[in-house]
Write a protein that binds this ligand. Structure first.
Ligand code: 2DT
Length: 212
């Protein structure tokens, strides 16, 4: 069990379109913050290692079908099962860098036929609210230049465009848009400065609840 630190860790979420470099940036950021002596851990959603995560993995890799509402709830359950661990790490002073969160949950499901954004938000109401969402954006030309999609479910241009439109609708003042049309190193340096500020600002503020 972790103990309570004087200053809590920050909860920083990365969202963005495919090929925006989210995963690469999260990894580099966690390493750089730890190197600076800031206790930091990486998390990603879906977390495919748990029992629920394995069901989601089967669905994403097209090994099985799961009804659209049900899979939406599984993605949410996969976040809720991590909440005790997230809270205890944050309270112990560890900063969490999270690759995708409830915003991907809403943006992806709401891109499907017949889904309303408000319905999609409900299962995630009350999750720990990120101190900042770093939203990586790419110009359409750069996104096209960064290559084709893989074989997983959702990796199609038209669907991804709907997802981007939904992300735009989810933006609020905790979001910070960062243009990802630059080299890995340049983007990393920019993100490192931003996150160090967030960590400083968040330490003494209570953790809020998402969408409530
Ligand atoms: P990765 O390639 O990042 O593992 O993406 N997704 C993700 C949802 O549909 N709902 C969710 O709640 C989350 C977190 C986005 C896995 C895919 O799963 C989608 C892409």
């Amino acid at each position: 069990m972790s103990s309570t630190a004087e200053v809590r860790g920050a909860l920083i979420v990365f969202e963005g379109c495919d090929h925006s470099g989210k995963t690469t940036q999260c990894k580099k950021l966690v390493a750089a913050l730890n190197e600076k002596g800031i206790k930091t851990e990486a998390m990603r959603f879906p977390d495919r290692t748990t029992t629920i995560g394995k069901m989601i993995d089967g669905y994403l890799s097209n090994k099985c079908e799961i009804e659209d509402h049900s899979v939406h709830l599984l993605f949410s359950a996969n976040r809720w099962e991590m909440v005790p661990k997230m809270k205890s790490m944050l309270e112990a002073g560890t900063t969490l860098i999270v690759d995708r969160y409830a915003f991907s949950g809403v943006a992806f499901t709401a891109a499907k036929e017949g889904f309303d954004m408000n319905w999609c938000k409900q299962p995630d109401v009350g999750l720990p609210k990120p101190d900042r969402v770093i939203y990586l954006t790419l110009s359409t030309e750069e996104a096209a230049a960064r290559g084709t999609f893989g074989k997983e479910r959702y990796e199609q241009t038209e669907f991804q465009q709907k997802v981007s439109t939904n992300f735009e609708k989810l933006k609020d003042p905790t979001w910070q848009e960062v243009e990802a049309d630059k080299s890995i190193e340049d983007l990393h340096r920019e993100i490192l400065v931003i996150t160090q500020n967030i960590i400083e600002e968040s330490g003494h503020k209570p953790l809020q609840q998402l969408w409530s």
